[in-house]
Ligand binder design. Structure first.
Ligand code: DX5
Ligand code: ZN
Length: 222
């Protein structure tokens, strides 16, 4: 797989989700941020909205669960039709079992790390994951400033994946824009979430294409 762009609908018009998703036809995935007001200090949407959105778009859904107790809730998002389900390492009690359950439901299993969570303790888990998400802001809100301090972790994660010979995708989420995407691609990320950058653009789909072009050029020269 090459570079993939996954716009986050967090900053879209949430009262018109079906229409908002039809404005990003070039996207590889639609990133859906699920927040429970416990794991993060914000509350967004849950399973009923995700089920409904899955019926409104042919673009696969990439669910990012910023919730407590993902061991209990995450498999239901796979069952609801999400193509990828991401739980947080800081919240999961049994990440290996959970990743296997998500895969058993037919979805890609992914695990996220907050900015202060190192990747090294999870090295042995990489073969169990289809994607690792390195957060580049503290999770909870769109429109935050990109944290450059996360770049070494992206490089470290990519190096561990090479060491293990796994094809795990490496996603970044938070503050990704035309200004920051090249740094992430050079460090080894290949899946890019962009929320405000896409939905504050006059033409969100053109922004998806611009982001992709920048990341492709940066990855090729890395
Ligand atoms: C933040 C969410 C992100 C957010 C990204 O906790 O996980 O997906 O929507 O928004 P931007 O791209 O504006 O940082
Ligand atoms: Zn997210």
């Amino acid at each position: 797989m090459g570079i993939q762009i996954t716009p986050s609908i967090l900053n879209a018009d949430l009262a018109a989700l079906g229409a908002e998703v039809s404005r990003i036809g070039s996207a590889d995935w639609v990133h859906v941020d699920v927040m429970d007001n416990h794991f993060v200090p914000n509350l967004t949407l849950g399973l009923p909205v995700v089920e409904s959105l899955a019926r409104h778009t042919a673009i696969p859904l990439d669910a990012h669960l910023m919730i407590e107790d993902p061991d209990r809730w995450a498999p239901a998002y796979a069952e609801a039709g999400c193509g990828s389900v991401t739980f947080h390492a800081e919240a999961a009690k049994a990440p290996v079992r959970l990743a296997r359950e998500i895969r058993a439901q037919g979805a890609r299993a992914s695990m996220a790390l907050k900015p202060a969570t190192p990747v090294e303790p999870y090295e042995a888990l990489l073969p169990e994951l289809d994607m690792l998400l390195v957060m580049t802001v503290e999770p909870g809100f769109g429109g935050q400033k990109f944290l450059d301090l996360c770049l070494p972790k992206i490089r470290a994660a990519r190096a561990l994946m090479r060491k293990h010979g796994v094809e795990t995708w490496l996603q970044v989420d938070g503050g990704v824009s035309l200004e920051t995407i090249e740094r992430c691609a050079e460090a080894g990320a290949d899946v890019f979430v962009a929320g405000s950058a896409v939905y504050s653009a006059d033409d969100p789909d053109a922004m998806v294409r611009e982001l992709r072009a920048k990341a492709e050029t940066a990855a090729a020269s890395a």
